[in-house]
Design a protein around this ligand. Structure first.
Ligand code: FPP
Length: 230
């Protein structure tokens, strides 16, 4: 039997390989990250134009603070520029922009840009773009558990899902990791329980709409059993 749904509702991506892409060109790592942001635009457009409602991208992990200061500063700066430039463009397209992760440690300017993105896009329904920033999957799970315990709520799979950053969103049907590593790297640990996982050696700046379509075609032909026998 074919999959119950040929089109995924939610795609999550670990965008790995920017540094190596830049190094191969004898350029600083930041050059790869800047190129990576351009690919975000192309892939987000492709995802939403194919009727897929939700895209979640891993932009900065709780571990990424350990990178050299210059690279961290560059990523923080890129993130600010991204929010400033893309919020109005996404709002125009009807796309909701969420930032998932522990944003409390970010500077006031970034926090204001995150609030602005929320205010301008939270009611929009043409698609949802989640940017995970200072995000860690274990921390998200612990936060959800503490939240429910603090509120004295019963812990069920439903209440737990509702306490995650992704509350109200479908779990990712597809998780893609570019860059050749075969790891989940603390990304969406709870939500990817039944995701189809695609590892590709393509470095993120080289990832194309064509490769996305190949993954979508493979997904459409996949028999998803969720532990059952068909
Ligand atoms: C991993 O490449 C990439 C990241 C640290 C996350 C992805 C970041 C971007 C696409 C740019 C920032 C995004 C926004 C929205 C501002 P790597 O540096 O680990 O590459 P490597 O494995 O080749 O070293």
């Amino acid at each position: 039997m074919k999959s119950d749904k040929a089109l995924p509702r939610h795609i999550a991506i670990i965008m790995d390989g920017n540094g190596r892409w830049a190094k191969r060109r004898m350029m600083p790592r930041g050059f790869g990250h800047r190129e990576g942001v351009k690919v975000i635009d192309r892939i987000a457009d492709a995802v939403f134009s194919r009727g897929i409602g939700c895209l979640t991208l891993f932009a900065f992990s709780t571990e990424n603070w350990k990178r050299p200061e210059e690279e961290v500063d560059g990523l923080l700066d890129l993130f600010k520029k991204y929010l400033r430039k893309k919020t109005p463009l996404l709002a125009e397209k009807g796309i909701r922009l969420n930032v998932l992760g522990d944003t409390s440690v970010l500077d006031a300017e970034t926090l204001a840009l995150i609030s602005d993105a929320y205010e301008k896009t939270h009611g929009l329904r043409a698609g949802t773009l989640n940017i995970c920033f200072n995000y860690g999957g274990r921390a998200e799970i612990v936060r959800a558990a503490a939240k429910l315990a603090g509120e004295g709520r019963e812990i069920t799979e439903q209440s737990f899902s509702d306490a995650l950053y992704t509350a109200g969103m479908p779990d990712p049907d597809i998780l893609i990791r570019t860059g050749g590593e075969h790891r989940i790297s603390n990304f969406l640990l709870y939500q990817t329980a039944y995701s189809e996982i695609y590892f590709t050696g393509t470095l993120w700046p080289d990832f194309t709409e064509k490769e996305l379509d190949e993954i979508l075609a493979d997904f459409a032909a996949t028999d998803r059993r969720y532990g059952k026998v068909k």
